[in-house]
Design a protein around this ligand. Structure first.
Ligand code: SAM
Ligand code: SF4
Ligand code: FES
Length: 352
């Protein structure tokens, strides 16, 4: 680690912000020492805000049908080898009931952009979950929709929304998506969601195709500006039936390095150690926690559909029951000194 890198890390730990040039310097000067120093500061900040608590989110992957064609994703419409399914309202409600009994107090309903789930159907499901579990948070992750649709879902009882920005650079965005999708619309969605009172989650893949240090610096600047309540980052992992099949995966080291930086930029951010991180390394989620993460998202989907929701190759937990994943993560977190709690896990105010 050179003197300038050390100085920037100390500045970030103190001020919780850097110039764009500062972020790019940090991204370019990742080594074992700079990663260790960042993790040390990030852990101190994480413990100040959240102690050793780990929040769990029960992920329900309710549809593998998607009209979009994001070049990186195994669910893209052009992938004809993907097995498509959608869960019924009753199946979704039995997932939330099971999850509630296991101790989950946040449910994440995630899926492809599946037109069958129009506003009436999705609002009906959100209302039903809300009525059955009034003490739980409901998070949606169903892609880009009209402002009116986001407003109706919010009224129906949704509290949070995950929509990764994917990259904060419009040219890079265009290389990862078909021409039918636009960076401007993605930003419009994120600002609409915020405006409507959702807790909003952004995020990006680490090591996505064509990504440069300048792009990552722009992502960090965006996170600094937007101050999202949540930020989902995980390594890009290729899927064999996409145009990016032969692209290299992102790394554990760079993902952990960025997790630490993001924790320092925005101390109260809810930061998951993602399934993708657990996929590229057997202890990826533990290492993510030790870098500053404070959330894990075990799968609550029925086991018979797990293998059909394949965003990337090698996804873990394909045959494990929800109860097994929950227990497995409790033990994994305990082993590194953190504790899964029964809590909605709302974002806390930063503690100075
Ligand atoms: N369809 C919704 C959307 O796009 O926001 C929600 C589901 S989508 C599959 C959730 C996230 O998976 C995306 O935001 C993307 O960052 C991530 N993802 C997709 N393909 C991936 C891949 N090959 N490697 C790692 N993450 C991937
Ligand atoms: Fe569809 Fe989301 Fe995959 Fe894009 S990332 S193809 S919107 S499921
Ligand atoms: Fe699913 Fe470990 S988290 S088996």
């Amino acid at each position: 680690m050179d003197a300038r890198t050390k100085e920037l890390i100390e500045e970030l730990a103190q001020e919780h912000t850097l110039s764009a040039g500062g972020y790019e310097h940090l991204v370019r000067h990742q080594d074992e020492q700079s990663a260790a120093l960042l993790a040390e500061h990030a852990t101190a900040v994480r413990k100040r805000v959240y102690g050793t608590d780990v929040y769990v989110r029960g992920l329900i992957e309710f549809s593998s049908i998607c009209k979009n064609d994001c070049l990186y994703c195994g669910l893209r419409a052009s992938n004809h080898s993907c097995q498509r399914y959608r869960l019924s309202r009753e199946q979704i409600l039995s997932c939330t009931d099971l999850g509630y009994d296991l101790g989950f107090r946040t449910f994440v309903l995630q899926g492809g952009e599946d037109g069958w789930f129009d506003d009436d159907r999705l609002c009906d499901i959100v209302q039903a979950v809300r009525a059955q579990h009034p003490d739980c948070a409901i998070t949606l992750s169903v892609g880009e929709r009209q402002r009116e649709s986001y407003a109706r879902l919010r009224e129906a009882g949704a509290d949070r929304y995950l929509l990764r920005h994917e990259t904060a650079d419009p040219d890079h965005y265009a290389r990862l998506h078909p021409t039918s999708m636009s960076f401007d619309n993605r930003m419009r969605c994120l600002y609409d969601l915020r405006d409507l009172g959702y807790a909003v989650g952004v995020g990006m893949m680490v090591g996505s195709p064509y990504q440069t240090p300048a792009h990552l610096a722009r992502d960090l600047e965006f996170i600094d500006e937007f101050k999202p309540e949540m930020c989902g980052i995980g390594p890009f992992i290729p899927h064999h039936a996409t145009p990016f099949a032969s692209m290299p995966a992102g790394t554990l080291e760079q993902t952990c390095y960025l997790l630490s930086i993001i924790r320092l930029i925005h101390p109260p951010v809810l930061l998951p150690a993602t399934t993708a991180l657990g996929t590229i390394d057997p202890f990826g989620r533990e290492k993510g926690m030790l870098a500053g993460a404070n959330v894990v998202m075990p799968n609550l989907s029925p086991t018979d559909v797990r293998s059909k929701y394949l965003l990337y190759d090698g996804k873990i937990c394909m045959g494990d029951e929800a109860a097994e994943c929950h227990r497995c993560l409790e033990l994994r977190m305990e082993r590194v000194g953190y504790h899964v709690v029964v809590d909605r896990g709302d974002p806390k105010a930063a503690i100075a």
